[in-house]
Design a protein around this ligand. Structure first.
Ligand SMILES: Cc1ncc(COP(=O)(O)O)c(C=O)c1O
Length: 398
């Protein structure tokens, strides 16, 4: 394996209480939070309990506000381009449903698009008569930029893709898509839910107009957190599908004034403890180094794939040339859900991706329910080997 000396494994594991009890290979589901994240949230809840919710928010206003700076730094944005949300789906929906579609407008998306996004396209198609089209893949199973370029005409209203899908390690060519979108002046919405926290993400480099992500996955933040980036020049055009008096102060008896920043996509009441936890998780990732995180994630995932391939009947389904740290596995004659349950009984966490989570991709590739293994930088080579040993044992006995 390549050297990943820049991560102090002992320290990050000491910071991660969950590693003492379990082999956690479900970071694409929800990663283990590090101690500083847990501590920040507990302390904040204690403060709320001690002095009151509004009073705690006042006292910690500076730290709460700095969460925007942290996220902006992580993705190369301006803090005014960031909105916080309770998950990636709400962030995504707020931006997507702010776009205006007319009959015949085309929405171009990826084959491995996430179900939550796709059903929203379907709803807009039903309501407005927009047309949804999936961009073909190249021979490796990644979105084909040339095929995208060939699809562009004046009716394309939106290019909206998932960077790394929920069901495997495919890394779609987000920056190449961005170049095409920018060249043609088409709005580009990027679902970076499985990318943020496991690899560098720079909105200027990928040239997306809108980007969404969640807190609990590779970013190692708390559940119930997510964020939205909207490029400044697009903000003024986007009226959120729902507003309250935070997003749009009530400025006259018959009028409101939308905020000028991305927080027009937020509402007034929030889980401040979770927000603080998200900010600490972002700072933690930045302090470790996102490039170092990516290098170790990829190295561990490669090792895991190599070992899994040796199991008789095992099939790996990750597409693309250089897959990320999500591994999708099926084993002939073995039920994926049963394997997950068995592994959990042995203190190994994995999840199962069902075909409905990426229906187009699963249908075209005839994917069965897949065991999804997603290591993170705090996993060890020994954990990987032990997990594979258990999978081998289960497969043999099936
Ligand atoms: C690719 C992708 N997009 C979006 C989401 C939705 O994220 P959230 O559950 O935070 O809304 C997920 C969650 O699994 C995902 O894998």
């Amino acid at each position: 394996m390549p050297s990943v000396a820049s991560i102090d494994l002992e320290r990050v594991r000491a910071d991660t209480p969950g590693t003492a009890n379990r082999i956690h290979l479900n970071n694409a589901g929800a990663a283990l939070m590090p101690a500083p994240v847990i501590g920040a949230m507990k302390d904040y809840l204690d403060l709320e309990a001690t002095i009151g919710g509004y009073e705690a928010a006042d006292q910690e206003a500076v730290r709460l506000d700095s969460v925007y700076d942290s996220i902006a730094r992580l993705v190369g944005a301006d803090r005014n381009e960031i909105a916080l949300a309770e998950n990636a789906t709400v962030a995504w929906d707020m931006a997507f449903y702010a776009l205006r579609f007319q009959r015949g407008d085309r929405i171009l998306t990826a084959q491995a698009e996430y179900a939550a996004n796709y059903v929203a396209y379907l709803q807009v198609a039903k309501r407005m008569g927009a047309i949804i089209e999936a961009i073909p893949n190249d021979g490796t199973g990644a979105l084909d930029p040339q095929a995208l370029a060939d699809m562009i005409d004046e009716r394309v209203k939106l290019i909206s893709i998932t960077w790394i899908p929920t069901n495997g390690g495919l890394v779609n060519p987000a920056a190449e898509v961005g170049r095409i979108a920018r060249r043609h002046g088409i709005t580009y919405l990027l679902d970076a839910c499985q990318a943020v926290g496991q690899m560098p993400v720079d909105v200027a480099q990928v040239q997306c107009d809108i980007l969404t992500a969640t807190g609990r996955k590779f970013l190692r933040g708390p559940r119930g957190t997510g964020f939205l980036y909207v490029r400044r020049s697009l903000l003024a055009e986007l009226e959120p599908p729902m507003i309250d008096h935070f997003a749009a102060p009530w400025t006259s008896p018959d009028g409101y004034t939308l905020r000028s920043d991305a927080r027009r996509f937020e509402t007034w009441e929030n889980n401040y403890a979770a927000r603080l936890g998200l900010g600490v998780a972002v700072d933690y990732a930045i302090s470790i180094g996102v490039k170092a995180i990516q290098a170790r994630c990829v190295a561990l995932a490669d090792r895991l794939r190599d070992l899994l391939r040796e199991i008789p009947g095992a099939r790996l389904h990750d597409a693309g040339v250089r897959p990320a740290a999500i591994i999708s596995l099926s084993i002939q004659g073995t039920d994926s859900a049963a394997l997950k349950t068995y592994l959990r009984s042995q203190s190994v966490n994995v999840s199962v991706s069902t075909p409905a989570s990426t229906l187009l991709d699963a249908t075209s590739r005839r994917l069965p329910p897949l065991v999804r293994l997603s290591p993170h930088y705090y996993n060890t080579e020994d954990e990987i080997a032990r997990a594979v040993g258990l999978i081998r044992r289960f497969a043999r006995s099936s």
